[in-house]
Design a protein around this ligand. Structure first.
Ligand SMILES: C[S@@+](CC[C@H](N)C(=O)[O-])C[C@H]1O[C@@H](n2cnc3c(N)ncnc32)[C@H](O)[C@@H]1O
Length: 285
């Protein structure tokens, strides 16, 4: 049984993170199968546009080709010159570069990711863009290698859904933000996924099976102490998007057509109840 078809419910948190890291290392090599609704429709730049990127893509084409986001967390974030931005699960670095453009040379941008291949790609993309203020650290978002109360902004793009320990992630967002600091997180949310989907590894890697509901997301962030929490920019995924996302992961894992058909039949039940949204708010001043 491959990682993509193995049930998730018998895995430890560490094993889930290992599987996710392997899946994204492979996805980066293939540069497909992202969490973006149109990622099954080439070219990749179209997918990133659907995720909400505009002119930023023309400036960062290479990082854009390796984007696995489901939104643009910096689209309406009022990031100012000189500020410090932290990106949870920074991947190949598109949002790091966009953040660096905003904070300028006097600001700082820190990316954290657990996948070596992603870290390497992000560092190379930052170097090519001449962004010396970007630093990429290896670590997990459940225990960030970042000081308490040290960043003005936390951003993230299609990553928290992949964490088996979301409460720890929300607590970490609170811990690392300066008082009054803000967050802008694009992510997938899902209502009432059947066990057959929740437990399916390829659907987990594709950012669907680990997703929680919009209400639980907002409440989880509030419970961590964050305030003014709200969600916006809802984009609902239809069956063709879901099939593209999960199918890409199964293809990479060498799953059979029967396995793919079986999961697509289950996914049909949840089409329209899976969406990408942007969650924003702040740490009390
Ligand atoms: C769907 S990709 C998104 C990448 C990037 N944010 C983007 O928009 O292109 C998920 C990324 O999060 C990283 N990731 C997933 N779970 C993580 C965790 N628990 N800790 C650290 N990184 C994680 C993966 O290695 C991968 O680079």
């Amino acid at each position: 049984m491959s990682d993509a078809t193995r049930p998730m419910n018998d895995l430890s948190h560490e094993e889930i993170r290992d599987q996710v890291a392997k899946s994204y290392a492979k996805a980066l090599t293939d540069s497909q199968g992202c969490c973006t609704p149109a990622c099954c429709e080439p070219p990749a730049a179209t997918a990133a546009k659907v995720a909400g990127y505009g002119d930023e893509l023309a400036q960062h084409t290479e990082a854009g080709q390796s984007s696995f986001g489901c939104g643009n967390p910096l689209a309406f974030a009022e990031v100012q010159e000189g500020e410090t931005v932290l990106d949870l699960g920074s991947g190949a670095g598109l949002d790091l570069l966009i953040a660096a453009d905003k904070v300028g040379e006097t600001g700082r941008v820190i990316g954290v990711d657990m996948t070596d291949e992603m870290i390497e790609a992000a560092r190379a993309n930052a170097a090519k863009a001449g962004h010396g203020q970007v630093e990429v650290r290896k670590g997990v978002i459940e225990a960030l290698p970042v000081d308490d109360a040290s960043v003005d902004w936390v951003i993230s793009n299609c990553v928290v859904n992949l964490s088996p320990e979301k409460e720890r992630v929300f607590a970490e967002i609170f811990r690392v933000l300066k008082p009054g600091g803000r967050f802008s997180v694009s992510d997938i949310v899902a209502e009432q996924l059947p066990e057959s989907v929740r437990d399916f590894a390829a659907a987990y890697h594709a950012c669907i099976a680990g997703a929680i509901s919009e209400t639980d997301y907002v409440e989880g962030l509030r419970a961590a102490g964050l305030e003014e929490v709200s969600s916006s920019e809802r984009f609902e995924y239809e069956i063709e998007h879901l099939r593209g996302l999960v199918g890409a992961d199964l293809d990479r894992a060498g799953a059979s057509k029967e396995e793919l058909d079986a999961v697509v039949a289950e996914l049909e039940k949840v089409a329209g109840t899976v969406a990408s949204v942007r969650l924003s708010g702040r740490k009390p001043a």
